[in-house]
Write a protein that binds this ligand. Structure first.
Ligand code: TEU
Ligand code: CA
Length: 551
């Protein structure tokens, strides 16, 4: 079977974290009008689709991933009028808009939960999960994604509610048909406004294992796979959602999912199953989490990294579709993580752009990566804002860990690395705002910013524009077959893409050393794009050199 060609496969997506993108009214917080001001810039990148992280009403315990009203805009981001104008502006420029659907949990300040917690016979009670204590201890020993436990006591009903994330994010009970209907109505509300799709937050977690068994593992990754993700009714729910709402509109969906693996990935996206269009799996993103999780980082290994992309391509090809990303608002900056943000900042940022834009799958570019924004290292924990970082910090302290080492791990792993304000120019606060931003700007903004790179045809930004344009003009890079050459090479990532029309060879030296690849002498076909200004056709690849050959 061959899968069908569509706009959402060919599209390149630009992801916006609204809080950190652009502040239009100078209160230090990015907002919707700030996005509107930058629509021409976004369009100029050549992207087709914009995904905005949550903009709904929220007490912001987890920066909007705790929704208290799914049909309204949070005041600090603007009004529904601003939203409508944003959508219109995006459509007027021939682009589309994806929103973020946070349906595994709501905020504890949502009126459903406010009601549910009042009494055992409240009509909203079964919108959430309630359990009595287990002989004086918590109902289960389940760990939260952000550290700590997953049960919070509710005095009025003398029992506990489940929260896989923070205690201000109670998990919704999808067993209840009323809950499912509420979510479908919300989806419909936004589709009827004209948005073009949803990224579905932790959608792999919505069906719970009702036995609520204690876990036997200390490894969060294992716990997620065995106890939290891919519950027994997940595919029934997704098919129902597809049938009830998704199938009635020309929209796209991308399901985010911890616990989505090579073994079950197709169950979410095989085209004949009518569930989701594509997924974000985390096999390459959690590779550097040690057994102790986020703040226990280990080095990542290129052979393993390539294998993730090759295995996923092999698994999904001709049956489903993948989302390709190397960074988002939950991880450190891709150039700091997979590249070299010091000696080879420019080269490695461009190399990663080439990788992103030559793999099979829909490409997702995270704001700031198009100028090579890097990780940040604040001197003190009080400059960090992310609830996960702060919770893990508190726990490490309680455990008596060496806090200098923990700060080093925070520098490397904190989600705040990706949440510092967008670097527009070398003006104060990087041109993001006239007021002090909600989180500090990365101090390298005077050298890494949009305004500088606009002036420079050799900048990372210019490279992104060329790569996006090239991908869009060469559909082989979207749909064509993929084969990794030298899968065991520890510095080189080389792969071929081809179909009946044309063929490409992508050659990436992902190391700080010169690498010699004899067969480069034999590649027939010209180099279309490279990241060094002195193009080089011999068999020596300079550090982080990237070449795109047309065969
Ligand atoms: O993230 C889901 C997820 O997998 C998290 O576990 C995330 O990767 C985390 O950083 C792991 O340590 C989504 C959102 O993208 C994230 O911003 C939210 O905090 C989370 O869901 C809860 O809604
Ligand atoms: Ca603002």
């Amino acid at each position: 079977m061959k899968t069908k060609n569509t706009w959402w496969k060919e599209g390149v997506v630009y992801q916006i974290y609204p809080r950190s993108f652009n502040d239009s009214n100078n209160d230090g917080i990015g907002d919707i009008r700030g996005i509107i001001e930058k629509l021409d810039y976004i369009k100029s990148l050549g992207v087709d689709i914009i995904w905005i992280c949550p903009v709904y009403r929220s007490p912001n315990d987890d920066n909007g991933y705790d929704v208290s009203d799914y049909r309204n805009i949070i005041d600090e981001f603007g009004t529904m009028g601003d939203f409508d104008e944003l959508l219109k502006g995006i459509h007027a420029r021939g682009m589309r808009l994806l929103m973020d659907l946070v349906a595994n949990h709501s905020s504890d300040e949502h009126h459903w939960f406010q009601e549910a917690r009042k009494s055992k016979d409240n009509p909203y009670r079964d919108y959430y999960f309630w359990k009595r204590s287990n002989n004086g201890s918590l109902p289960t020993n389940w760990p939260s994604f952000f550290g700590g436990d997953t049960w919070e006591y509710n005095a009025a009903t003398e029992d506990y509610y489940l929260h896989l994330f923070t205690k201000k994010q109670p998990d919704l009970n999808w067993e209840s048909p009323k809950v499912r209907q509420e979510i479908y109505d919300i989806i419909k509300f936004w589709f009827d406004k004209g948005i073009d799709g949803f990224r579905m937050d932790v959608i792999s977690l919505i069906s719970k294992r009702l036995e609520f068994e204690n876990t036997l593992s200390d490894d969060l990754g294992e716990v997620v796979e065995q106890y939290y993700a891919n519950g027994p009714r997940i595919h029934e729910y997704l098919q129902e959602m597809n049938h009830e709402v998704l199938s009635k509109y020309d929209i796209m969906t991308v399901g985010e999912g911890p616990g989505i693996t090579l073994e079950n990935g197709l169950d979410y996206v095989a085209e004949d199953r009518n569930e989701l269009n594509m997924i974000f799996h985390f096999d390459h993103m959690f590779m550097d989490n040690g057994p102790g999780g986020r703040l226990d980082p280990v080095d990542y290994d290129l052979v393993q990294f390539k294998k993730v992309f090759s295995d996923w391509d092999q698994t999904l090809k001709e049956k489903g579709w993948n989302g390709i990303f190397l960074g988002n608002h939950d991880f450190s900056r891709m150039v700091s993580r997979f590249g070299n943000d010091k000696e080879y900042h420019q080269e490695s940022a461009k190399l990663l752009a080439m990788l992103l834009l030559t793999l099979r799958g829909t490409t997702y570019i995270y704001q700031g990566d198009e100028i090579g924004m890097t990780n940040v290292a604040f001197d003190t924990i009080s400059d960090y804002r992310d609830v996960e970082t702060l919770q893990l910090w508190k726990m490490a302290k309680e455990e008596g860990r060496n806090m200098d080492q923990v700060l080093t791990a925070v520098h490397r792993q904190s989600r705040d690395n990706a949440r510092t304000p967008m670097q527009w120019s070398s003006a104060g606060n990087s041109g993001f705002s006239d007021a002090e931003p909600w989180i500090k700007v990365n101090s390298n903004y005077d050298s890494i910013n949009v305004a500088e790179q606009e002036k420079d045809g050799g900048s990372v930004l210019s490279f992104y524009r060329s790569m996006i344009k090239y991908r869009k003009a060469n559909k082989t890079l979207v749909y064509g077959d993929y084969k990794c050459i030298h899968p065991d090479h520890e510095q080189l990532y080389m792969f071929e893409r081809w179909d009946e029309e044309s063929g490409f060879m992508v050659v990436l030296n992902m190391s700080n050393e010169m690498v010699v690849v004899d067969e480069l002498n034999n590649i027939q076909g010209r180099i279309e794009i490279t990241n060094y200004s002195q193009s080089n056709t011999d068999n020596h690849l300079r550090p982080w050199e990237a070449r795109l050959h047309k065969l």
